[in-house]
Design a protein around this ligand. Structure first.
Ligand code: ZN
Length: 170
């Protein structure tokens, strides 16, 4: 059975990115729990799905996705200085273990949306935070193998996601 729309696909994969000219693993599936998804369900990067189209169980894959088709280019306006008072705790102190360069902090925007941002710099008045996705601006190098392909049930197609042990339980 080949991968096409409305198939439930399981893949083992490794995602690598280029850091200073060297390939570094950014993400990978768990050996015992391959990534499972409804092909055509729109939950993954479209180009990830299109590169798997037509493959079958046991096939290997290796492909690259440009940043624009991955997590987008880096947006310089998403690097924002935030007044340091926002980072003070109830005691008026900064938790310097948390608020330090390179740490990822949970942030909330004015609409109450939760997001994550990386601390770029801490100075007297401001903390410079980078709200870009960590993989923004990166070419994505995926490789792996197809662990399974099966027909989706009508219910899975209606819901747009996979049911069962590795999927939604309901
Ligand atoms: Zn469901």
């Amino acid at each position: 059975m080949n991968i096409s729309n409305n198939k439930v696909v399981s893949v083992h994969y490794v995602l690598q990115i280029d850091v200073n000219g060297e390939k570094v693993v950014a993400d990978k599936s768990d050996l015992e729990n391959p990534l499972q998804f409804l092909h055509g369900g729109g939950s993954l990067l479209p180009e990830f799905e299109s590169n798997l189209e037509g493959l079958k169980k046991g096939d290997d894959f290796s492909f690259k996705i440009e940043a624009t088709n991955g997590y987008g280019e880096r947006d310089a306006s998403a690097v924002i200085p935030i007044p340091i008072d926002s980072f003070k705790g109830e005691n008026g102190e900064i938790d310097t273990e948390m608020v330090k360069q390179g740490n990822v902090l949970p942030m909330v925007d004015q609409e109450g949306n939760q997001m994550q941002a990386i601390v770029i710099e801490v100075n007297e008045d401001h903390v410079v935070m980078d709200f870009n996705h960590p993989l923004a601006g990166k070419e994505l190098f995926f490789s792996g193998s197809v662990a399974d392909v099966r027909e989706a049930t009508k219910e899975e197609i209606d819901h747009g996601h996979v049911h069962g042990p590795a999927g939604h339980q309901h």
